[in-house]
Design a protein around this ligand. Structure first.
Ligand code: SAH
Length: 249
């Protein structure tokens, strides 16, 4: 009987893989990689490992979850060590929890290797601390994409005073911003969207709750992107550079 490593590959930049992830990759016979994971991570795989690409991003036809789980079980039962490589952290909006349950139900040994989640790392790269003693005593992670139609309680979220980090939040950003403002969140609240964070092609738009949806459209910010709403966004490195330039002028 083999085993499965459920591995978080980090937010994008392959240097943000953990040492433990690299070691697990090296020792695996089969690597099943999500399309959000940078292909440069595969240089750590064993040269003879079988590489299987699974999962497509929002909109496209994706490898059905049940099929991915069946494949992992099959390979592990045949005696292989399987590295299941997922973007960010495997248990943050990544269906890693479901995969672990399926593997355990099939009697397969599972080891989880946490990864750096994009909701923390991508703001951090821009100099946005998701918590800060003076601005936010907490952070809330939510998904903007509710496939089953169950709506989050945006009004309750608006009242927490914590930084709001939204994964998969671009498509419904206009409605989300509206709900938050109707619930009393100030329209001037700093807000930003960051595309392809930690990678060379990273792009961002720093704005306010009122303007962000419009700015995302005009700057053509695309998925994968993280949306951050809260006072901490004002601390970003680009915002501070701008202030310095204004002072100097
Ligand atoms: N498990 C992953 C999240 C998977 S859901 C994690 O912990 O990060 C996919 C969503 O994550 C994307 O739609 C986007 O909102 C976010 N995301 C992942 N990588 C990103 C990146 N490099 N830049 C911006 N957002 C990213």
């Amino acid at each position: 009987m083999g085993k499965v490593f459920l591995i978080g590959a980090g937010p994008g930049d392959p240097e943000l893989l953990t040492l433990k992830a690299v070691r697990a990759l090296r020792s695996s016979h089969v690597v099943m990689i999500d399309d959000l994971v940078d292909r440069r991570c595969l240089k750590h795989a064993h040269p003879e490992a079988r590489i299987i690409e699974v999962g497509k991003r929002g909109g496209c036809k994706s490898t059905p979850q049940a099929f991915i789980e069946k494949l992992m079980i099959q390979y592990a039962k045949a005696g292989n060590t399987v590295a299941r490589l997922k973007g960010g952290d495997p248990f943050v909006f990544g269906r890693g929890g479901e995969e672990m349950q399926a593997l355990l139900a099939a009697g397969i040994d599972v080891e989880v290797i946490p990864g750096i989640t994009s909701g923390i790392a991508v703001p951090a790269i821009l100099g946005i601390p998701v918590t800060h003693r003076d601005f936010a005593r907490g952070v809330t992670f939510v998904t903007g994409h509710t496939g089953d139609g169950v709506e989050l309680d945006w009004a309750a979220l608006a009242g927490t005073g914590t930084t709001l980090v939204i994964y998969m939040g671009l498509r419904r950003l206009p409605q989300i911003a509206m709900c938050l403002m109707e619930a009393g969140m100030k329209p001037e609240t700093p807000a930003c969207a960051i595309e392809n964070g930690t990678l060379k092609n990273q792009r961002e738009v720093i704005s306010t709750l009122r303007e962000l949806a419009k700015d995302v459209l005009s700057k053509k910010i695309k998925s994968p992107a993280i949306v951050v709403i809260g006072a901490v966004v004002a601390l970003s490195l680009p915002a501070n550079k701008e202030k310095q330039q204004q002072r100097a002028a």
